[in-house]
Design a protein around this ligand. Sequence first.
Ligand code: AMP
Length: 416
Amino acid sequence: MKSNSLVTKRVNKRKQALSFEKMGLSDEMVAKLYEVGYEKPTPVQAGLIPLAMEEFDLIGQSQTGTGKTAAFGIPILEQLELDPQHAATQALILTPTRELAVQVEREITKLAPNHHVRCCCLYGGRPIKTQINQLKKGCHIVVGTPGRVLDHLQRRTLNINKLWFVVLDEADRMLDIGFRPDIEKIMRQCPTPRQTMLLSATLPPPIVLLAKRYMHYPKLLNFSSKIAVETIDQKYLTVPYEMKYDILVELLEREQPEQSIIFCRTKLGTERLYRKLLKTTDFDSIGTIHGDMTQSARDRMMKGFREQSVRFLVATDVVGRGIDVSNISHIINYDVPELSDDYVHRVGRTGRMGRSGIAFTLVTPDQGGELTRIEQRINQLLEVDELQGKINEARGKEIDARPSARTSKKRYRRAL
Ligand code: AMP
């Protein structure tokens, strides 16, 4: 592992133009990338891969949907020592959710040029015995959620003596969920020297602290110059609570999304909205996903959504985050997210890899402050959707979600 002082970089255009051939990758890897249709690296990949190949510890500030899985997956695959007889675990990737763990495992398996690479997924809600058997056979790369990974470490069913790579994916989200004690316990057990990579959309002080404690002179690369993806239209509607459901249905009827995620704040709210849509509309293929469902039901639902047999997915943030399905044309924030970072993540489910998308946020008249916080976070004002006229008419008056237009503008200017 190389030592270096903390360097902050905003990745420049020259780096973005780099090709896979010029990154010091093996011929097999480059061939595999072309085979799966990756013609050129995304900016995150162009920035991270060459440094990761030089064995630096790295912090990448980036959103999902930017190709970050391959950005850490490719250097891992390139540096694995493959011994099919005894597959020692050499890489540990921690993710905040089960769905993201599955997605990361799938992406890495897809990119592996050598079919001897063994990758396995450890997360709760699945029988631990099956995972133990898998670990016994040997896994070069382990992807998992912190709770279950720690469980395996404590049972000594996961051996990390030969670990070289540790990745903390969506580190900010893992801390939001409350995984910090588990992550710290895991990191304390990871051997040194090693190479650690941390990916996070934001870098709040607890993340910086985590990096200071467990990383070795990391280089910091910032890919987040534009917080919300440029290709996403972002609109809002000020809707009294009692009208929210009807407006949602009208919006869906008008927009006819190819595929859509409808985000709610709570598990109960998600389930209720899902049932109401099933009962009162004739929309085809509605599904739901939230933390109260069994893991197999969640897996089935994700599969259906990926295969497009589910068109409208009513979801909570925890499971909605990280979903990488390219046909999502619409994000509907039925409930304003509790944290403005969650807004960025929800909206990032559409407009993947440069495709266009649209996001609507339903704001109740008392949520003006929350709307302003989102706008400050994304450095951009949301547009009012034309349906607002109809809502105002039904109410017999104009409603403005903002506490006061003037205050809001002033606050927004300060944010810029
Ligand atoms: P991620 O940000 O890792 O969730 O990746 C988002 C999507 O982009 C996934 O479907 C990847 O397979 C795809 N992807 C990643 N890198 C590239 C690339 N260089 N060219 C084309 N697609 C890519």
